[in-house]
Design a protein around this ligand. Structure first.
Ligand code: 7TS
Length: 404
């Protein structure tokens, strides 16, 4: 059960006024809000612990290193990963994907094939295009259907012995579709292809068991799940991470350096050059603690109720079209109202204190598929309420009347 009053009191920002109105924050897919339990950890770090890690003999450095490495272990446990060295701290999902894509140039030759889905965020498209340019590998796309799901039969037909990598998001940021990643992983493995899953939109709602999934790489960002911005993770199977070359050179990632030759540090440090976002890493661990204290089953159940309530209410609005109405989706509603630009609706909602995202949501191919410039996207979290949805639906109604 969700104790909504208690939960909302954990998020100081939720009591802000915007344009004289109580904030309704429905842009959770862009970034989630931060509870005071996580803010306190960041303040405590700079108040008591601040120092550089993995290098000082002094007490502060040891304590900071300890807290950072404990956070890595929390992440490892959360995702049910065998070894903590398989969790690489990165700046977020985007950097994690770039890290893998950059390393793969070592393994690919021209005419190798990579498979991507039509539902990807730009950060899971562009790095692979850059890799294809470098190597001559070919990018193939799993098409989507009108209901916002992937066309799996075409995926099965695209797979061949030439397929080296498949990358797909666990949940679509623009539509909320939960993709059948279990099936994708099993089928890709039958052809010896590796699979990278972009979990940026899944991790706020689902607790994935990465060993059970048998996924090769899994990436996410802390700021989508109540943590700070600028920190995230890359999970990889041990042998794959060992074989992947370093992404950046610098301090912390080496074993020995001479002008003739450098040898690299063991995992995870091989991929963690330079001073990392130390407070961010520690706060990532605290954010997982916070989410787990609420419980992912409770979160999923409550958010699903919000989603159904909002969907049913919105559907009553004249001229509304919701994109991606699938059974298995997270609490995201992407919609348009006939004859009205999504930006105009977003601007009126903002005047009424309601935050949504409008536009292509960094997923232009999805917008092209529907032949639209963008959508209004409302994305809910476990700290949102039914009363907020009532205000939102009333505001959308008002916007529709004003703009028609
Ligand atoms: N992948 C997916 C599926 C995402 O939704 C996002 C961010 C990213 C990757 C990139 O994450 P980052 O932390 O590296 O920036 N998605 C969104 C969004 O939907 N609105 O704003 C950011």
């Amino acid at each position: 059960m969700i104790d909504i009053k208690k939960i909302r009191s954990d998020f100081p920002i939720l009591s802000r006024k915007i344009n004289g109105k109580d904030l309704v924050y429905f842009d959770n897919a862009a970034t989630s809000q931060t509870p005071k339990q996580v803010i306190d950890v960041i303040v405590d770090y700079y108040t008591r612990l601040n120092s550089n890690i993995h290098r000082g003999v002094h007490k502060l450095s040891q304590e900071a290193t300890d807290a950072y490495e404990k956070a890595r272990v929390k992440i490892q446990k959360h995702f049910n990963v065998a070894k903590s060295c398989q969790i690489i701290f990165t700046a977020g999902t985007t950097e994690s994907i770039n890290l893998v894509a950059s390393g793969y140039s070592k393994f690919l030759k021209s005419d190798d094939e990579l498979i991507i889905s039509a539902l990807e965020h730009h950060s899971n498209i562009v790095p692979w295009q850059m890799l294809c340019e470098k190597t001559g590998a070919i990018l193939k796309v799993i098409p989507m259907s009108l209901d916002g799901t992937l066309d799996m039969n075409t995926f099965y037909n695209l797979l061949s012995s030439k397929t080296k990598l498949v990358f797909v998001n666990h949940v679509s940021n623009a539509l909320g579709t939960v993709n059948p990643i279990e099936d994708i992983i099993i089928k890709a493995h039958e052809y010896g292809a590796k699979v990278l899953v972009d979990g940026a939109q899944a991790c706020p709602h689902i607790k994935p068991d990465l060993q059970a999934l048998d996924v090769d790489f899994y990436v996410t960002s802390a700021h989508k799940l109540c943590g700070p911005t600028g920190v995230g993770m890359l999970y990889g199977k041990l042998e794959l991470l060992k074989s992947l070359p370093p992404y950046q050179g610098g301090g912390e990632m080496i074993s020995t350096v001479t002008f003739e030759k450098t040898t690299y540090a063991d995992l995870p440090h091989k991929f963690e050059a330079g001073t990392p976002n130390i407070a961010g890493g520690i706060a990532f661990g605290a954010a997982l603690d916070y989410m787990n204290s609420i419980g992912f089953d409770n979160i999923a159940e409550y958010e699903n109720e919000l989603l159904n309530y909002a969907t049913n209410a919105l559907k009553k609005i004249d001229g509304i079209k919701i994109y991606g109405e699938v059974k298995n989706k997270t609490a995201v509603i992407s919609f348009n109202i006939k004859g009205i630009h999504p930006y105009d609706i977003g601007s009126i909602l903002d005047q009424l204190g309601i935050a949504v995202r409008t536009g292509h949501h960094c997923a232009q191919p999805i917008m092209d598929f529907f032949a639209i410039p963008g959508t209004v996207r409302a994305s809910f979290s476990f700290y949102n309420t039914f009363v907020e949805i009532d205000r939102f639906v009333e505001a959308v109604n008002k916007a529709a009347t004003m703009l028609k």
